[in-house]
Design a protein around this ligand. Structure first.
Ligand code: NAD
Length: 329
């Protein structure tokens, strides 16, 4: 467990309580990681974090603050690179009872975002004063493996359609390569429908008819933006889980950040980290515990009396968590 900073420790403690209440025997190893620790140690990724993950191979992670435009590079990006967590997986589903603008639609999509390259390679350069270039790196290896990951998931879970999202009309070489790799992989999965959408059109379609999307397959930057857009369709960043998957390691984390505006007030919504823990329990083979936790969360939302402020309720983090634990059967 890497609680992180900001609201991280609050939602982490709530999540550990809820997971323990499922009966799953998790031996939590707590590793501290925060903007302060990073500034103090001058290590974006302190060795204690990597050492713990190397041993356990599975992590549940809260958010860590990243300074914008200055300071250290993103710890999340560093973690993904260090452990080669190449696939970012974000299921986006309508939860019962949440009042959103799209509450009457059954939204159920899974977003597969390439996690290691693209403009997130962090290769920026000031050519001369006031002229900066940033390198967009797209490789065949990384594009093929994220595409395979998405299609294999589709086959395993009986999903029907994969939509690759791109801007190859403008970035003909970079996004063109990504698309060619997606098409190549799609041919190996003839039973799964394959579609392509340009990212601007995809953004509009996602808002107009979100219920028609099944699996989405994107390079890193579009994936980052589109997954937050999709989170907004089902109630926002407080309710969407995520997983960073590699061959040897898996780190499950909420989509939201450290929310400095509400940190320390005991009002953060722990649903995103709890649902990330549901994904983690499934990954660990603790299927019954995963279902118990997921159903209990669904029950609390359907009932609506103990939900947090970000989605229109009045409950504190603790009250929500108590209600989830009480709803477990
Ligand atoms: P944010 O997600 O922290 O907050 C955006 C808004 O959503 C805020 O109003 C916040 O109060 C609200 N919010 C987010 N999570 C919530 C929750 N669980 N319950 C209730 N409300 C919630 O995004 P930001 O403000 O852009 O970023 C703040 C910091 O977090 C930045 O330093 C950023 O780099 C970092 N960040 C970290 C991660 C990560 O560690 N995975 C992800 C995104 C942002």
């Amino acid at each position: 467990m890497i609680p992180g900073d900001g609201i991280g420790p609050e939602v982490a403690n709530a999540t550990m309580r809820a997971v323990d209440a499922t009966g799953a025997k998790i031996d939590w190893e707590r590793v501290e990681l925060s903007a302060d620790i990073i500034l103090e140690t001058r290590e974006v990724l302190p060795p204690s974090v990597i050492a713990s993950l190397a041993r356990t191979r599975v992590g549940l992670k809260g958010p860590v603050t990243t300074p914008i435009a200055t300071g250290f590079s993103s710890v999340n990006v560093a973690l993904r690179k260090a452990l080669d967590l190449f696939a970012n997986v974000r299921p986006v589903r309508t939860l019962p009872g949440i009042k959103t603008r799209f509450a009457d639609l059954a939204i159920d999509m899974v977003i597969f975002r390439e996690n290691t390259e693209d403009l997130y390679a962090g290769l920026e350069h000031e050519v001369v004063k006031d002229v900066v270039t940033g390198l967009k790196v797209i490789t065949r290896t990384a594009s093929l493996r994220i595409a395979k990951y998405a299609f294999e998931y589709a086959r395993r879970h009986g999903r029907k359609k994969v939509t690759a999202i791109h801007k190859a009309n403008i970035m003909k070489l970079a996004d063109g390569l990504f698309l060619r790799c997606c098409r190549e992989v799609a041919q190996e999965f003839p039973e799964i429908q394959y579609k392509e959408l340009i990212v601007d059109n995809a953004s509009m379609q996602l808002v107009i008819r979100p219920e028609t999307f099944d699996l989405l397959l994107l390079p890193n930057l579009y994936g980052d933006i589109v997954s937050d857009l999709a989170a907004g369709l089902v109630g926002g960043l407080g309710v969407v889980p995520g997983a960073n998957m590699g061959v040897d390691y898996a780190v499950f984390e909420a989509v939201h950040g450290s929310a400095p505006d509400i940190a320390g007030q005991g009002i953060a919504n722990p649903t995103a980290l709890m649902l990330s823990a549901v994904m983690m329990l499934r990954h660990l083979g603790e299927t019954a515990a995963a279902e118990r936790l997921q159903e209990a969360i669904g029950h609390v939302y359907a009932e609506g009396a103990h939900v947090t402020g970000d989605i229109g309720g009045k409950a504190s983090t603790r009250e929500f968590t108590d209600a989830v634990i009480a709803a477990m059967r």
